[in-house]
Ligand binder design. Structure first.
Ligand code: G
Ligand code: G
Ligand code: MN
Length: 649
């Protein structure tokens, strides 16, 4: 058909179709998601223009709606972002790790902090619940599982469980896990999420020193025993003996600060992989990988060197005293954790009995010692229950006049099977087990009446002293003086007739506190004697600074001096020194007449020894002991004043 042949109606129809097609083509953009356009038509047809117009209305409205939606989406997004930031802030502030467990898939998502808390690399890859449980300490794992599943089953309102978890270094950390389920409309748990908080410091840390504590040591020992192959390991315990009293009278905060600084310095002296662990009573534990004494010596040398230096506490230079005990674990014959700790405790307890600074290694013989100690404790408890304390006395005699200057009260225990038991078998145990005070009170109850006994007065005069031994613990007991005052009042005895005897060892364990105690005792009128001088650990420095009246020279320095010239020189020097320092002198262990004569020549005339009397049961004193005659004829009477004369050359 040619153009010309078209009728008017046909041509109009064709134009309309073309216009409609053009409109549809324009609208195709909307089908493609594009709404930013206007539909237009060139047609004069009212209907088509109306349709284009309407389309534009629709497009406008769609555009507006989209804009609104976008705006609210942006707002929502920024709100979510803000919330996420706030949540992250909170989580960072609490330092908590976050976990999320998808119940259906079993997948576990862990936050960066969750991993870094344990020093683990943060892998984005998802893990399963078992990866988590596998890190948990064997003894805690069942607890954690139970806690999760009970909450899952709706038996608990939430998950709260604390457990030990292994970090990347293989050390244990304590963590607290809290969690909550999300459930669907039917109440079925679909997801559980929560936090993991590091509570190691609270639980495995010592709040005072900020070091790991005894619970941590327990874990460490358990772990060590699981090592394969098991290396030789040495558990070392150090105890600082005088720290408590150094902190006496210092503000708590200052004391804690000083202790923390000290502990920091101690830590720095240890090899890098050895942890310093704080135990009660200023004791510290360490585990070394060696069974050789020489290597242990080497490893501990810097620490011991530090402790041998004065440290500054509250602006003052003070000296610390320490002892240590070691229990070596033999890989060929490993023992249990409990046994291992017990061995180290025994070694340390035994070291405490020796000189300051000493170190003891656990051995079978300490078991024997432990058995004896426990037998001694039974003996003491028996004696306390049955009034089995016996007071023996030994006179101290002035060799030049024969006058009795005093009596030393010496404790014995009466045991139904063993008879009379000497102090060597029980004093140390009594001291350690806290039983010395009741024993001593029983002794005093028997000894104090001696000072008021009429027959004793008549025979020995009314001036002699009653001298009693005090152990370390008693000396450090703040109630000691009050007890002595009360006892002497009860018996109507003036304090000036009492003398206490203390040893250097008991003073040395904590000189500051001991000196303070001795000062108060002397101010009350009681005399103080330094006992056993010259035996074992003697420090001449002590002689100048200790508050005391009298030095009792130990029999070790005295026995056989008559036949041993070199020993005589030492004794002579000690006597001269004490005289120069204006101390009274009592010489112990004098058994021979020649010794007595030598001492007399030097002006050392107060004598306690078998030459005059052995220790006697109190009730036999009057019967068995008479004051000796004055110094024997032929020798000039002693004219030298006591305590001021110089020894003869
Ligand atoms: O008497 P004998 O030699 O067994 O005494 C040995 C030691 O026991 C003495 O050196 C003395 O220090 C100690 N001793 C004796 N009696 C007592 C006492 O009542 N208390 C204390 N602490 N020690 C005592
Ligand atoms: O507390 P002290 O250690 O000072 O006790 C003295 C102890 O020394 C007494 O228990 C007593 O048994 C003992 N002793 C006292 N005089 C002599 C002595 O002359 N020779 C010996 N070997 N021991 C003595
Ligand atoms: Mn004594």
């Amino acid at each position: 058909m040619s153009e010309a042949s078209l009728t008017g109606a046909e041509a109009r129809e064709r134009d309309l179709i073309a216009e409609i097609d053009s409109l549809s083509n324009q609208l195709c953009q909307a089908v493609d998601g594009q709404f930013e356009f206007h539909v237009h038509t060139d047609s004069d047809e009212i209907a088509l223009q109306k349709m284009a117009q309407l389309n534009n209305f629709v497009l406008d409205s769609v555009r507006r709606t989209i804009r609104d939606l976008k705006a609210s989406r942006d707002e929502l997004e920024s709100r979510v972002q803000e919330r996420t930031q706030r949540l992250n802030l909170v989580l960072t502030a609490t330092n908590d790790g976050v976990w999320e467990w998808d119940i259906d898939s079993g997948q576990l998502m862990l936050s960066q902090r969750w991993s870094s808390m344990l020093g683990l690399p943060h892998d984005e890859g998802r893990r399963g619940l078992d990866d988590w449980l596998g890190l948990i300490h064997e003894d805690d794992r069942a607890d954690v599982q139970r806690s999760l599943y009970q909450h899952l089953d709706g038996l608990t309102a939430s998950v709260t469980v604390e457990y030990r978890i292994r970090d990347a270094r293989g050390a244990w950390r304590m963590v607290l896990c809290r969690g909550l389920c999300q459930r669907n409309e039917r109440g079925v748990a679909i997801r559980m999420a929560g936090t993991q908080t590091d509570t190691t410091e609270q639980r495995l840390g010592d709040p005072m020193t900020l070091l790991p504590n005894g619970a941590y040591l327990e874990l460490l020992l358990q772990e060590s025993l699981l090592r394969s192959p098991l290396p030789p390991l040495a558990l070392v315990k150090f105890q600082l003996l005088n720290v408590a009293s150094l902190f006496d009278g210092i503000a708590v905060d200052d004391a804690i600060g000083a202790l923390r600084r000290l502990v920091q310095r101690m830590r720095q002296q240890l090899p890098p992989r050895v942890a310093l662990i704080a135990l009660p009573e200023h004791t510290f534990a360490m585990v070394f990988e060696t069974d050789e004494v020489a290597r242990l010596d080497e490893a501990l040398e810097p620490l011991e060197a530090l402790l041998a230096q004065p440290v500054e506490i509250d602006g003052q230079q003070v000296w610390l005293s320490h002892v240590s005990g070691v229990a070596v674990l033999d890989p060929a014959e490993p023992v249990s954790v409990d046994e291992w700790r017990h061995q180290s405790r025994l070694a340390l307890a035994n070291a405490r009995l020796s000189d300051v600074g000493s170190r003891r290694y656990y051995s079978e013989s300490l078991r024997q010692w432990e058995r004896q100690s426990s037998r001694a404790e039974q003996l003491i408890r028996g004696a306390l229950a049955t009034n089995g304390v016996r007071c023996f006395v030994q006179p101290i005699v002035d060799s030049s006049t024969g006058e009795v200057r005093g009596f030393e009260a010496l404790m014995r225990l009466h045991d139904p099977t063993e008879g009379i038991v000497a102090p060597v078998s029980f004093i140390e145990v009594a001291e350690r087990s806290g039983l010395i005070a009741p024993l001593w009170e029983m002794l005093m109850e028997q000894a104090l009446p001696l000072l008021r006994d009429d027959i004793v007065r008549e025979r020995f005069g009314g001036d002699f002293l009653l001298s009693v031994n005090l152990s370390t613990r008693q000396l450090m007991d703040p109630g000691l003086l009050d007890d002595m005052i009360a006892a002497s009042r009860r018996h109507g005895v003036p304090l000036t007739r009492l003398q206490i005897e203390v040893t250097e060892t008991s003073v040395l364990s904590d000189p500051i506190k001991a000196f303070r105690s001795l000062d108060r005792i002397r101010e009350a009128g009681i005399r103080v004697a330094l006992d056993d001088f010259g035996s074992g650990y003697s420090s001449l420095a002590q002689l100048t600074s200790m508050p005391m009246d009298t030095v009792k020279i130990d029999r070790e320095l005295v026995m056989n001096v008559a036949s041993l010239p070199r020993k005589r020189h030492v004794l002579s020097a000690v006597v001269a020194l004490c005289q120069r320092l204006d101390y009274g002198i009592v010489v112990e262990g004098v058994e021979e007449r020649e010794t007595l004569e030598i001492l007399h020549d030097w002006g050392a005339t107060d004598i306690q020894g078998y030459i005059y009397s052995r220790p006697l049961p109190l009730d036999r004193l009057v019967q068995d002991f008479r004051p000796p005659k004055p110094y024997l004829a032929g020798l000039s009477p002693v004219s030298r004043a006591r305590g001021t004369s110089l020894p003869a050359p």
